[in-house]
Design a protein around this ligand. Structure first.
Ligand code: SF4
Length: 234
């Protein structure tokens, strides 16, 4: 029996980032994050929450795997479930147990993670079908990362379905983007995601900066915005 989890919300929407944008998913947003990235669009997930919501109803944390599964199931058939946050792998045993249950509903399991906690990712990786890594650049405010740890996270997803996104801003450094690109295995799609200006410190890159950052990657790269922001999806 897995430990209970601490959630923020469970809802149905469409994936808004990377190569899977537009995919209908049930989102399981876990609460709690060890980082404070400048560009974070979900600061409400930073602290562990005392309650979570589903369909506008508030429920107390912690929540059992069975109750979380019931919330996922309540949205009806969906091709995929997304574990997002916060940082989901802070609760690896809960994520693993819930993901395995979601597979029995015929859903593919998708994990959003910062790629900074390889030891915890290792505890749930076998239950994940698609890995979406949000690799951090060390000079971004609020980030603590270590390239070796990130490399180990990517190694856990090697040969599996996975992609890497790097959020870029006007002040992102070419050498750091280049280093991120170097550690991404060639078979993993790499996305430069244009930062959404969620606060005054988050300035999206202008065209010239974006071109320089793209060139610094030295490999094929997709440049994408957050589609859910443009489309008005949650
Ligand atoms: S890791 Fe994700 S949830 Fe945590 S601060 Fe960074 S962007 Fe926000």
């Amino acid at each position: 029996m897995s430990e209970p989890g601490r959630l923020l919300e469970v809802f149905s929407s469409y994936q808004g980032e990377g190569p899977y944008a537009g995919l209908k998913q049930v989102f399981v947003r876990l609460s709690g994050c060890h980082l404070r990235c400048t560009y974070c669009d979900t600061p409400g997930s930073w602290e562990t929450s005392a309650s979570w919501t589903v369909r506008g109803e508030s429920r107390p944390n912690p929540v059992t795997v069975a109750d979380a599964l019931e919330a996922v199931r309540s949205f009806g058939p969906h091709p995929s479930v997304s574990f997002t946050g916060g940082e989901p792998v802070l609760q690896p045993d809960f994520v693993r147990a819930l993901a395995l249950e979601c597979r029995t509903l015929g859903m593919r399991t998708y994990l959003d993670t910062s790629g900074t906690l390889a030891d915890r990712l290792a505890r749930c990786a076998d239950a994940i079908d698609v890995f979406a890594f949000d690799i951090k650049l060390p000079s971004c405010g609020g980030v603590r990362m270590d390239w070796e740890d990130t490399r180990n996270c990517l190694e856990l997803a090697r040969g599996r379905e996975a992609f890497v996104k790097v959020v870029v801003m006007q002040d992102s450094r070419e050498d750091e983007v280049a280093q991120a690109a170097r550690i991404v295995p060639p078979e993993m799609p790499l996305v430069l995601q244009i930062a959404t200006p969620v606060n005054p410190a988050t300035v999206p890159p202008d065209g010239a900066t974006l071109a320089r950052l793209r060139a610094a990657c030295g490999r094929e790269v997709l440049v994408l915005p957050q589609l859910h922001v443009l489309a008005g999806w949650k």
